[in-house]
Design a protein around this ligand. Structure first.
Ligand code: PRX
Length: 647
């Protein structure tokens, strides 16, 4: 058998065990570790049991314990005398700013909570939130957490149809949104879209609207309420009630291998424990000294865990930025780092590659000397981008931590720790090792661990506190998606490929399923395909992720047109392709717009009718076409290539 990976990285805590071991069982060393971390939070009632795994794969962490997540993120710090510490330096895209201390944050969250109570919401009711990156987004999330109302934040760039399906799936009673948002220097309407989304969502009782741009909006009397009228009129005190450690905190939708997004469910005590622990150690965060900036959007898990819950639990001072990185100019991020003296900066490889494109002289024009830890998340970071990041933002001295995790894991799982960087040199492009308390393995098809120098599937072989507690309303899909592949061993299947190098360090290799990663955004091929075939011109569609120098992957679609559309296409190919790209953007959101749509006469299929994406990926990546012997009709690839060459 091959050499098992090393275990020293978890500071005396067991990592992976041999195949066949009932690994789904909790490891007492790991649970004891997490109990120690959980004690750093404020519990109104201590837990009776650290981990109850008797109903696996449904975990219960800290069962019997009671806490209030918002109290832990806000009130606790004010009570300890830190009310005057800045919680957020907010920068609006047009240049407006707002400084929010912990005392301000407490008042705003209390007002918002009182407003939600006045609407008759009670613990357990779901609240949908689609907002730009404005302080009200944080107030809204924390007010929900305070009242035990699971929130479902929907990224601002998602289409009305995408918002509608998320509201419907969670049966949200309230939608919190804005009149509009600033995007690249212009005010863009938002409420038009949310009105379209809520035209057919019977569960929605009210729509609470933040005035951000001042644009004209349509108004439904009795349903729509202005934030500045309802919230601002409320009392700024509210007594937080503690909830069970397993009370649902939020649902966040993410793409899977099939068409409809999955509502990933996270709960309170375990999630907050791991969010706080990872934020504290991965960034070596020092409350009161550091200025921290995570550039994600609150619509993604990174925004939930590393803009809101983790940093606030750790009493961080954060930057919250509304806009895009190149508005009004490409030095915007560097300007903000300089302005606030940002010391901890967390972003995605796709942005680093954009910085590289914009030129190294740009960061050189700003004082970035306050930076002391740089983080990366969302996709594998290529070594060139890693080195550039460290050189041009980190003066070739700061640690760069490559953090691997997922919406489902809730918080970081695999990452180097800056505090250990002296003892264990960082490796550009490698996430290196599971964090203390976390156990992971790379296994082959049969679920057996691979050795050094080998690759396989990444699995998580012990429960962890921030793990998802299910897919909203779909227990079967939860079991099937994550726990069926290595059911015998009881492993969580992450959907990523990984490799151990000769030192036993982990390298993440990207998805092994039909999920694409475009600029760190997860989009399923099936989702884009179903949007395409919903268009009247399209008979069939196949979508693949092609390599892209900036976005990591880019969406490339192959479509077979219906008979009448084929006729139009012959006159001018752009007639069909332009509207199809726009159609996908309208169905899902601009992030899902294919970079390229190729009109082909047929799709390559096996004899059993399965589309051979591998061959289409070869075309999309401009590679030599691989083995075509399993095709039902071997001439299909030739005709596709011929057609593309003629086109
Ligand atoms: O493929 C992995 C990739 O992003 C996926 C998770 O996407 P999502 O749930 O949207 O969460 C993104 C933010 C945590 C993973 O399955 N991924 C994320 N971080 C890394 C990564 N791939 C390689 N290295 C990373 N650091």
């Amino acid at each position: 058998m091959s050499v098992p990976p090393p275990t020293e990285q978890t500071a005396g805590i067991a990592q992976s065990g041999p195949a066949g071991d009932p690994l789904a069982q909790p490891d007492p060393a790991l649970t004891a570790f997490w109990a120690g971390q959980a004690r750093q939070l404020h519990w109104e009632r201590p837990w009776a049991e650290v981990l109850d795994w008797s109903d696996a794969p449904f975990a219960q962490w800290f069962s019997g314990g009671r806490l209030n997540v918002a109290y832990n993120c806000v009130d606790r710090h004010v009570a300890a005398g830190h009310g005057e510490q800045v919680a957020f330096h907010w920068e609006g895209e047009p240049g407006d700013t707002r400084t929010i201390t912990y005392a301000d944050l407490r008042r705003e969250v209390c007002r918002t909570a009182n407003a939600l109570l006045s609407l008759g919401l009670t613990a357990g009711d779901r609240v949908a939130i689609q907002l730009p990156m404005i302080p009200e987004a944080v107030f809204a999330m924390l007010a929900c957490a305070r009242l035990g109302l699971p929130h479902s934040v929907v990224f601002g760039g998602f289409s009305p149809a995408a918002l509608r399906s998320r509201i419907a799936d969670a049966e949200a009673k309230l939608l919190i949104t804005a009149d509009g948002q600033y995007r690249r220097g212009t005010a863009v309407p938002m409420k038009d879209g949310t009105d379209e989304a809520t035209a057919d969502t019977p569960s929605i009782e009210h729509v609470l609207v933040v005035r951000r741009t001042g644009g004209e909006v349509a108004w439904t009397e009795g349903r729509d309420l202005w934030w500045h009228e309802l919230v601002d009129a409320q009392s700024d005190t509210h007594e937080a009630e503690a909830f069970d450690a397993e009370h649902p905190l939020f649902i966040l939708y993410t793409s899977g291998t099939t068409g409809s997004p999955k509502g990933i469910l996270h709960t309170s005590g375990g999630y907050l424990t791991q969010a706080a622990y990872t934020h504290r150690t991965i960034f070596d965060h020092r409350p009161g000294d550091d200025v921290y900036w995570c550039t994600a959007d609150i619509g993604w898990i990174t925004g939930h865990t590393y803009i809101v819950y983790g940093p606030l639990a750790n009493r961080a001072t954060s930057v919250l930025y509304e806009g895009t990185p190149n508005t009004p100019h490409e030095g915007r991020h560097f300007e903000i780092i300089q302005k606030y003296g940002v010391s901890l900066y967390y972003t995605a490889p796709t942005l680093i590659r954009s910085f590289m494109k914009w030129g190294e002289e740009l960061p050189g024009r700003y004082d970035l000397s306050t930076l002391r830890v740089l983080g990366s998340v969302g996709e594998p970071i290529n070594p060139e981008a890693w080195r550039w990041y460290r050189k041009h933002l980190g003066a070739d001295r700061t640690p760069v931590v490559d953090t691997w995790w997922q919406t489902e894991t809730g918080a970081v799982m695999i990452s180097p720790l800056p505090a250990e960087a002296d003892a264990k040199p960082l490796k550009p492009g490698s996430a290196q090792a599971p964090l203390p308390g976390i156990s992971a393995a790379v296994v082959n098809d049969r679920g057996e661990p691979v050795g050094r120098g080998e690759s396989g599937y990444l699995v998580l072989d012990r429960p962890w506190p921030a793990m998802l507690r299910g897919i909203w309303g779909d227990e079967e899909r939860f079991r099937e998606t994550y726990w069926s592949r290595f059911a015998r061993q009881g492993y969580y299947f992450a959907g990523d490929g990984a490799r151990y190098d000769e030192d036993g360090d982990l390298w993440l290799l990207g998805r092994v399923d039909d999920v694409m990663n475009v600029s760190g955004h997860r989009i399923s091929t099936a989702e884009v395909e179903s949007a395409l075939v919903a268009h009247p011109s399209v008979a069939e569609a196949a979508v693949v992720g092609a390599a892209d120098a900036t976005t990591g992957q880019a969406i490339v679609a192959f479509v077979v047109l219906r008979g009448d559309a084929q006729h139009d296409e012959r006159d001018d190919g752009t007639d069909v392709v332009g509207p199809l790209r726009a159609h996908v953007a309208a169905e899902i959101g601009p992030i899902a717009k294919p970079r390229q749509i190729m009109v082909v006469p047929e799709l390559p299929k096996t004899r059993s009718g399965k589309i051979m994406r591998r061959l289409l990926r070869d075309v999309a990546d401009n590679r030599e076409i691989g083995d075509v012997t399993t095709l039902a009709d071997a001439s299909v690839m030739a005709s596709i290539q011929q057609g593309l060459a003629d086109g």
